[in-house]
Design a protein around this ligand. Structure first.
Ligand code: NDP
Length: 291
């Protein structure tokens, strides 16, 4: 069984990005600059944004964090987005999700200029992805594609099963894996909460991707021996042995799955760090496109 190490792969990609930033600065170009807007005090969102800002420092990017209160009005948030759209020193920015209930997420995401939409969530970037045109790819599916590539996992002709159809993970993952490219050329089945005979389908997967948000949902009996298992889930579960009283775990029962899988990503240390690496890669791309 191969452990697909997203943490070390992410650090390797960050080193590559750092070298490219050094080349840019030697040429007299400015450092790429990523901004992030965070609304409210959701601890998980704060942790994610913190990791992103720290990664910017690591690769030599500038970063700006804009913190808004939970009670911020939608118009205020939209005017912050507009300010970043018009700020020439910012190459790309993200609005950390989820947003409070009184704010329309879609309206905010559509306000981000597609050229600065390094999360790849704007309909223009989503449309480009579905047509196979250049644009910003959402970081999590892009990170999974990068893991498949760097671990030389054969995808052509394979059956990939994705559980979860979100706009940020499952749906773009379907598009990327089914493309006529390498990695790609998979036959893809996209499953969701209305899927019937889920276990029967997952047992036929050569590549199984879980993006559900339910701890340990995928068990050993759902896995074909030798399959590649990619666990996107990030779930916090109680753990009395930890000082914090909880720990992070994925959507896959790692111990059971590892007994049958050919390769598997851990949580933490799998897809999560790759998401950050791909956000940095998108930001560098945004900076290069503006240069
Ligand atoms: P969502 O929470 O938006 O959606 C969950 C999906 O799972 C839905 O499509 C839902 O189906 C499906 N689902 C729920 N229950 C079942 C079931 N019993 N059987 C089959 N399908 C089911 O998904 P996200 O993609 O936003 O997040 C998924 C997980 O990935 C979360 O744990 C999240 O924290 C994590 N995540 C991790 C990232 C990383 O960087 N590692 C990045 C983004 C997310 P339906 O559509 O029918 O409701």
């Amino acid at each position: 069984m191969t452990l697909i190490d997203g943490k070390s792969t992410s650090l390797q990609i960050q080193d590559e990005i750092k070298s490219l930033v050094e080349v840019r600065t030697k040429r007299g170009q400015k450092k790429p600059h990523l901004a992030a807007i965070i609304v409210g005090d959701n601890p998980a969102s704060r942790a994610y944004v913190g990791h992103k800002i720290k990664a910017c420092e690591r690769v030599g990017f500038e970063s700006t964090l804009i913190e808004l209160s939970e009670s911020v009005r939608e118009e205020q948030l939209l005017s912050e987005v507009e300010a970043l759209n018009n700020n020439d020193s910012i190459d790309g920015f993200i609005v950390q999700l989820p947003l409070p209930d009184h704010i329309d997420d879609q309206k905010v995401l559509e306000a981000v200029r597609p050229e600065k939409d390094v999360d790849g969530f704007h309909p223009v970037n989503a449309g480009n992805l579905s047509l196979g045109l250049p644009g910003f790819q959402p970081a999590t599916p892009a990170g999974i594609m990068e893991l498949l590539k760097r671990y030389k996992i054969e995808t052509s002709g394979k059956h990939a099963v994705i559980i979860g159809r979100s706009a940020i993970v499952g749906t773009p993952m379907t598009l990327l894996l089914s493309r006529n490219a390498n990695p790609g050329n998979c036959t893809v089945t996209l499953c969701h909460s209305r899927t019937q005979n889920l276990e029967e389908i997952t047992r036929s997967a050569d590549i199984l991707i879980a993006a559900i948000g339910k701890p340990h949902f995928v068990t050993k009996s759902m896995i074909k021996p030798g399959a590649v298992i990619i666990d996107v889930g990030i779930n916090r579960i109680p753990d009395a042995s930890r000082k914090s009283g909880n720990r992070l775990t994925g959507d896959v029962d790692f111990e059971g799955a590892a007994e049958v899988a050919g390769s598997i990503t851990p949580v933490p240390g799998g897809v999560g760090p790759m998401t950050i690496a791909m956000l940095l890669r998108n930001t560098l791309q945004a900076a290069d496109q503006r240069a």
